[in-house]
Design a protein around this ligand. Structure first.
Ligand SMILES: [Zn+2]
Ligand SMILES: [Zn+2]
Length: 732
C-alpha cells in the first residue's frame, strides 16, 4: 500500500428517500494510489530504467523489480511484448502514460472475462422503482461501478438492450424458491454462468449482494459516514463459475454511532446494518428495518401516558394526529422511578390499550402496513422503564421469589404478544431485562424478543472468568452475567424467542480518555453470538468520533455481519481502517493502540457507563510509557501525506498528551527538574491550544469543558474533568 493522492467530495442526493431526517448526505471518496502506470520498478518515475525492467520481465531474464499493475499497459493481466511496445511509445511521446492509465481507480472490470461495458443490469419488469429494495440495489451497483470505472452500467426492465446482463432476482422470503435456495430472511446468492451474472436475494439480500460485490471486486470500502475509500486496480474479473452464498446469522444488527444513521446511504446500509431501536422510519426502498417501532425499549411510561390521555374528536385531524394528541394529553409518570405493577390485571389492560393505540397510530402513519409481520422481526416494545424500582406489592414480591422480576415483566410481555395477535397477526413484542434471574416456570413466548441489557465489567473478556473476585464500583462483575446470558439464550432457543444483546463499549463522559476495549470486541462478540446464541446486537456508540471510537463502530458492524470472522481477519480489518483513516504511518498507530489497550488491561473491573479515566487505565503504565506512545504518533504524523489524516493524528496526540501529562504530573512537574517541567509545559500548551483551536468537545456531559486558562500547577485530569471524576490527591 502506498500513498493516497487525492480526496474528492461528491454530494449524493438521496432520491426517493422521503425522510426529513436524512435529506442529503455528503460522501467523500479517498482515492488510493497503489501504482503508477510506467513506474515499473516503483521508484517514483517513468524512464528508461522502467523500460529495461519491463523488457527483462517480458524476456524472462529477471533480476528487476516489476510491479505488475504498473507494467500492464493494455490491462490484459499478462505482461508481454505489447506492454513493452506501449511503454516505448509513451517514452517517445507517441502515447501518453496518463491516457493509458485512465482516469479511474479501476482500469478494466470484466465479468467472466467480458468487459463491463457490454453489460446492462436487468431488474424484473414489475419492479416498483419507489418501493422495491432490489431497485435500490441495482442503482447502487451501477453507481459504484461507475465511480470505480467511469462506466455507469444502465439499468433496464428487459434484457433486450445488451447482449450480456447482470440479473437481479428478488425472492419472497416465505416462498418455495427461498426455501430451496436456503436464503432465509435476508440471504443472497450471486453467480456467473456463461458470462451472465445472476443475483438472488430475499428481503434486503439483493442489496447486501451488491455491497459485497462493490467491496470485494470494485475495491470500495465504506469505512466512515463521511468518506469511502477506493483502491486502485488495473484489472479485476468476477470470474466465470463464481458461486457465492451468504446468509447472516444475526437478525438484528445495529451500530448506533454519531454518523451511522445520519449517513445511512454511505455507512449504515453498506455496512449491512438493519436494526433500529426507535428510528424505524426507513421505507421499503431501503429494505425496511428491524427492531422496535417508534417506542424505545423503555415503553411503559409512554403506554401509560397514551392510555390515560383523551382522544380528541374528528375535527382534530387525521386518526394519526388524534392519537398523537391523545398520547400528549395523558398522565406523565416519572420514568426514573416508576414501574407498573406486574401482577395487576387492570394495570396490564391499561398498558395494553396504550400499546394498541400506538400500533394504530403507526399504522395510520403508513409505517406498520408496509411491514410483513409473518417473517419480519419488526416489533413493538412492551417493556420496563429505565430504572430498577420494581413493584413491591405483596403479590409481586411473592412471585418474585421464584420467578424474579425478570420473569414477572416477561410474563406481561407474553400476555401482550398473545393478545396483540388478534389485531396484528405475527407482530412481535420486545421486553427488556434489568434483572437477570432465571424464572422457575415462566418462559418467553415464541414471538418475544428479549433485550438483554449490557454486562457488568467492560475490562475483562466475556467467558474468560478473568474478573475473578474483583468487582466494578457498582459491586458487580461478569461471572454471574456469563452464566445468566447463556441460560437466557438457551431459554429463548427452546421456545423460538429471540434474544438481543445491548452493549456499550464506549465511555460517554470522558472523550479524551476512551474505553480501551478495541481488541475485546472480537472476543466478546464471539462469546455472545457463537457461545451463547444471541440473535441480535445493538452497539451503542459514542458522540465522539475520535480516539478510535469510529474504529470500534466500524469493527462492530463488521463483526455483526461476519460472525465467523477469524481473529487474524479482525486485525486485518482494524489495520486496513487505520491505513484508510490515518494514512501511511498506520502501523505506528496500531502499535499505539496496542499499548493503549495494554494500559487498559492492567486496570481492574470497570463499567464503561460509569468509569472514570483512571478506573479504565493503569496510570503507572501510561506514565512509564508516555514518551514511547507519544513517539509512535509523531512517527505516524511524519509519514502522513493527507490533511484530514494529519488532523486525526493530531487529535490522537492531544488525547495521548492529556492522559500522559495527567499520569506524569507529579513525576514531570511537581517532582521534576527544570528540564522536565519545560517539556511538560510545552506539551500541555500544545495540547490545550489544539483542543481550543479546534473546538473539540471533550464529553457528552455539559459540565466538562476545556478550561478557560492553562494552569500548570494542577494536573489536566482535575482541570478538565473535575466535578468528582478524579481527585488530584489520588494521582501517582
Ligand atoms: Zn405489583
Ligand atoms: Zn472484570
Amino acid at each position: 500500500m502506498k500513498k493516497i493522492i487525492s480526496l474528492a467530495l461528491c454530494v449524493v442526493m438521496l432520491a426517493g428517500c422521503g425522510l426529513g431526517a436524512i435529506s442529503a448526505s455528503a460522501q467523500g471518496f479517498v482515492y488510493d494510489e497503489t501504482y503508477v502506470l510506467g513506474d515499473v520498478d516503483g521508484n517514483g518515475d517513468q524512464n528508461g530504467k522502467d523500460a529495461l525492467a519491463l523488457k527483462a520481465t517480458v524476456s524472462g531474464t529477471g533480476g528487476f523489480v516489476c510491479i505488475e499493475d504498473s507494467a500492464d499497459f493494455n490491462g490484459d493481466t499478462s505482461i508481454d511484448a505489447k506492454d513493452s511496445y506501449l511503454m516505448k511509445m509513451c517514452l517517445s511521446g507517441s502515447e501518453s502514460f496518463e491516457t493509458l492509465e485512465g482516469d479511474y481507480q479501476l482500469y478494466k472490470l470484466t465479468v467472466g472475462g467480458n468487459d463491463i461495458t457490454e453489460y446492462s443490469i436487468v431488474i424484473p419488469a414489475d419492479t416498483d422503482s419507489e418501493n422495491d429494495n432490489h431497485h435500490y440495489a441495482a442503482m447502487e451497483l451501477s453507481k459504484y461501478i461507475g465511480e470505480a470505472t467511469g462506466f455507469y452500467v444502465p439499468v433496464y426492465r428487459t434484457d433486450e438492450n445488451t447482449e450480456r446482463h447482470i440479473y437481479f432476482h428478488p425472492v419472497e422470503p416465505d416462498s418455495a424458491e427461498a426455501k430451496e435456495l436456503e436464503l432465509g430472511l435476508e440471504g443472497y446468492i450471486y453467480k456467473v454462468e456463461n458470462g451472465e451474472m445472476h443475483i438472488y436475494g430475499t428481503l434486503r439480500g439483493n442489496m447486501y449482494a451488491a455491497y459485497e460485490i462493490i467491496e470485494e471486486y470494485l475495491g470500495i470500502r465504506f469505512y466512515s459516514g463521511e468518506r469511502s475509500y477506493i483502491y486502485k486496480n488495473r484489472t479485476v474479473d468476477i470470474p466465470e463459475g463464481t458461486d457465492r452464498y451468504y446468509e447472516p446469522r444475526l437478525n438484528f444488527r445495529y451500530v448506533l454511532h454519531t454518523f451511522s444513521v445520519s449517513t445511512a446511504e454511505a455507512f449504515f446500509f453498506p455496512r449491512r446494518m438493519n436494526g433500529t431501536n426507535l428510528y424505524a422510519y426507513y421505507e421499503p426502498y431501503h429494505g425496511t428495518l428491524t427492531g422496535t417501532l417508534f417506542l424505545q425499549s423503555h415503553s411503559f411510561v409512554e403506554q401509560w401516558q397514551m392510555a390515560t390521555g383523551t382522544m380528541p374528536d374528528e375535527s382534530a385531524g387525521t386518526l394519526a394526529d388524534r392519537l398523537y394528541q391523545k398520547w400528549q394529553s395523558g398522565e406523565l409518570k416519572d420514568w426514573q422511578t416508576w414501574q407498573p405493577c406486574a401482577t395487576d390485571e387492570k394495570i396490564y389492560e391499561k398498558l395494553f390499550s396504550g400499546l394498541l393505540d400506538f400500533c394504530i397510530m403507526m399504522e395510520a402513519r403508513g409505517h406498520v402496513l408496509s411491514q410483513k409481520y409473518e417473517y419480519e422481526t419488526y416489533n413493538m416494545s412492551f417493556a420496563i422503564n429505565d430504572n430498577a424500582h420494581f413493584c413491591q406489592c405483596r403479590n409481586c414480591r411473592k412471585l418474585e421469589k421464584t420467578e424474579g422480576y425478570s420473569g414477572l415483566y416477561l410474563e406481561m410481555g407474553n400476555k401482550a404478544v398473545r393478545d396483540i395477535q388478534e389485531y396484528y397477526p405475527g407482530l412481535k413484542i420486545s421486553v427488556s431485562l434489568y434483572d437477570y434471574t432465571i424464572p422457575a416456570t415462566i418462559r418467553p413466548h415464541k414471538d418475544i424478543i428479549i433485550s438483554y441489557v449490557a454486562h457488568a465489567c467492560n475490562n475483562h473478556i466475556l467467558g474468560t472468568g478473568d474478573c475473578g473476585d474483583n468487582k466494578t464500583f457498582l459491586g458487580r462483575n461478569n461471572l454471574e452475567d456469563e452464566i445468566a446470558m447463556k441460560e437466557w439464550a438457551a431459554l429463548c432457543r427452546e421456545t423460538g424467542a429471540e434474544i438481543w444483546h445491548f452493549t456499550w463499549p464506549v465511555n460517554y463522559h470522558y472523550w479524551l480518555s476512551p474505553s480501551p476495549s478495541v481488541f475485546d470486541l472480537y472476543y466478546n462478540y464471539n462469546y455472545l453470538v457463537n457461545e451463547c446464541g444471541f440473535t441480535g446486537i445493538l452497539y451503542e456508540g459514542s458522540g465522539a468520533t475520535y480516539n478510535f471510537e469510529s474504529l470500534k463502530a466500524y469493527l462492530a458492524s463488521r463483526l455483526m455481519w461476519d460472525t465467523d470472522m477469524t481473529y487474524d481477519e479482525f486485525i486485518g480489518h482494524m489495520k486496513e481502517y487505520l491505513y484508510m483513516h490515518y494514512g501511511d504511518g498506520y502501523e505506528y498507530v496500531y502499535e499505539y493502540l496496542v499499548m493503549q489497550n495494554e494500559a487498559g488491561d492492567l486496570a481492574g473491573c470497570y463499567s464503561n457507563n460509569h468509569a472514570r479515566p483512571f478506573d479504565m487505565y493503569s496510570h503507572d503504565y501510561l506514565r512509564e510509557n508516555y514518551d514511547e506512545m507519544r513517539g509512535l504518533i509523531l512517527k505516524a504524523i511524519e509519514m502522513c501525506e493527507r490533511d484530514d489524516s494529519e488532523y486525526y493524528l493530531r487529535t490522537l496526540l492531544a488525547c495521548c498528551d492529556f492522559m500522559g501529562l495527567s499520569s506524569s504530573y507529579k513525576a514531570m512537574y511537581v517532582n521534576g527538574d527544570s528540564e522536565s517541567r519545560a517539556v511538560y509545559e510545552e506539551r500541555y500548551t500544545e495540547m490545550y491550544n489544539f483542543l481550543k483551536d479546534n473546538n473539540l468537545p471533550i464529553s457528552s456531559h455539559v459540565v466538562y469543558t476545556v478550561p478557560d486558562k492553562i494552569d500548570f500547577t494542577v494536573d489536566p485530569m482535575t482541570q478538565f474533568y473535575i466535578n468528582g471524576s478524579w481527585e488530584s490527591s489520588k494521582l501517582p
